[in-house]
Design a protein around this ligand. Sequence first.
Ligand SMILES: [Zn+2]
Length: 195
Amino acid sequence: MFFYIILIFTFALRKSCKVKKRGEYAVRLSGLKEGIFELTYHIGNPFFECHPHPDISGGAVDVKITVQKRSDLLVLHLMLQGAVRVVCDRCLDYYLQTIQADQEIYFKYGDHEEELDGNVIMIARDAHEIIIDQYLYEYIVLALPIKKVHPDGPGGVPGCNQEMIQKLNQHLVKEEHQAIDPGWEVLKQIIEKTN
Ligand SMILES: [Zn+2]
């Protein structure tokens, strides 16, 4: 029974992801005149449920996009600012990591869709919209620092969960005691036998 509930829930989640993917994070092209336009989006927890990443378990990110439409080219300037929930490398507790990204993508018109370079993409001249989910996801992941650690609190007080650090240290000491060098163990047995 429990398995079926999980199955139904997973299916419902996938279905809602699909709807969100096509509707919410896209730049519509049909009817778009030449010029400069601004779009704003908000990325919340549902986005990260649909686009899971092992290091991110939620967040809130504001996205501002400047769309520049020219006869030969479409330029998207994406600015992302917000915070994502990640696990601290030092104390293993969750914290909110602030992130910021500033990226430009160029879309050239052609007869098919193709990535020409990292941020230059060919799109069909009659394309109705550009789905930007994948770009948003990639820029958020790229904005994560290599070392994820709680930021210090006011006055330089460490922001880490001290209780967790204490527990981790106790665990490490225990492991050190348990880890016996096999060479030393053999030698110890020989000494014990000869005595
Ligand atoms: Zn920490």
